[in-house]
Ligand binder design. Structure first.
Ligand SMILES: [Zn+2]
Ligand SMILES: [Zn+2]
Length: 299
């Protein structure tokens, strides 16, 4: 009896210890299996013009740890039905007085001015080497918006995307969507890599359907020069975040960082060292991220 009690006590404690460290990624084998199942299901639905069916596949993807795939389906649903309520709600939108779908919260304009002044509002070009069609541009614009929300939340309102140009049939940009990889998924080799990490001339190369969290990871390599965290620290700079949902993503700080000889310093400490005007935690009520001004040049 005593033994059983002790076991019962130890198990919850070990789970708590894990939670305290941050993420609890899914078993990668399960995640890969779900991903393959999604590929089949989404192909079956590709030409079906039924918003509810796409919404439901989105729900399945979300529950299966496939967040970007869920977004793909919810976006498909609102393409078919411009006011697909459930899809907008699952993407975190609310309807305002004018019946427009917007993200909740307010933009703190005074704070944005400060961020602009500190040169942390990003203006750059994303160059697509292939010839992209309007559908691709529309879907890709969602990735850019989501990327700015990721950046804003993870930097606690201190960096955002301001003016982003998207140009196809070009190789001249900060982000380059490589030739032949336009519609490649992550598992088909459409992942991303950052070059010249932490230097003025940083550069990201990627596929056209790369996960937004990976775009964000590469962006943080670029502007902050953060190293990869492959040593047990639960942080966006670690790979293999299978099934982790956006609200649970974080950039590690001194308290949460798991040290190793390769990465002795937490990400937030490195960020503040490179940009001493940045603070963590940021106690200002910085509000929601301002809208990204996306201009598309479809050549
Ligand atoms: Zn990396
Ligand atoms: Zn860390």
């Amino acid at each position: 009896m005593k033994k059983i009690l002790l076991l019962l006590l130890i198990i919850p404690l070990s789970i708590m210890a894990q939670r305290d460290g941050g993420y609890e990624p899914m078993d990668s084998k399960v995640w890969f299996k779900n991903n393959q199942e999604y590929t089949v299901k989404s192909k079956e639905l590709a030409s079906v013009k039924d918003a509810n069916k796409h919404f439901k596949l989105g729900e399945w993807a979300w529950d299966s740890g496939l967040e970007d795939e869920a977004w793909e389906q919810w976006q498909e649903a609102i393409k078919i039905d411009k006011n697909h309520k459930s899809s907008y709600e699952r993407m975190g939108f609310v309807q305002n007085d004018k019946k427009e779908w917007v993200r909740p919260g307010k933009v703190n304009k005074d704070w944005i001015k400060k961020v602009d002044k500190s040169n942390m509002a990003m203006d750059f070009t994303i160059a697509i080497e292939d010839d992209a069609d309007d559908d691709f541009m529309e879907e890709f614009s969602w990735r850019i918006k989501r990327l700015s929300w990721f950046i804003w939340d993870l930097t606690e309102g201190q960096v955002y995307l301001r003016n982003i140009k998207v140009v196809d049939k070009s190789s001249d940009g900060r982000f380059i969507i490589e030739k032949g990889k336009l519609t490649q998924t992550l598992l088909q080799g459409g992942g991303a890599v950052c070059y010249n990490s932490g230097r003025e001339d940083w550069l990201v190369k990627s596929g056209g359907r790369c996960y937004v969290r990976i775009f964000c990871h590469e962006f943080f390599h670029g502007i902050f020069g953060l190293p990869d965290e492959r040593h047990g620290c639960f942080c966006l700079m670690q790979g293999g975040l299978y099934g982790i949902k956006t609200p649970d993503l974080m950039l590690c700080d001194k308290k949460g960082h798991r040290e190793s000889t390769v990465t002795p310093t937490s990400c937030w400490e490195l960020v503040v060292k490179k940009y001493p005007h940045m603070v963590h935690p940021n106690k200002v009520a910085y509000g929601k991220a301002p809208d990204v001004n996306i201009s598309i040049k479809n050549n």
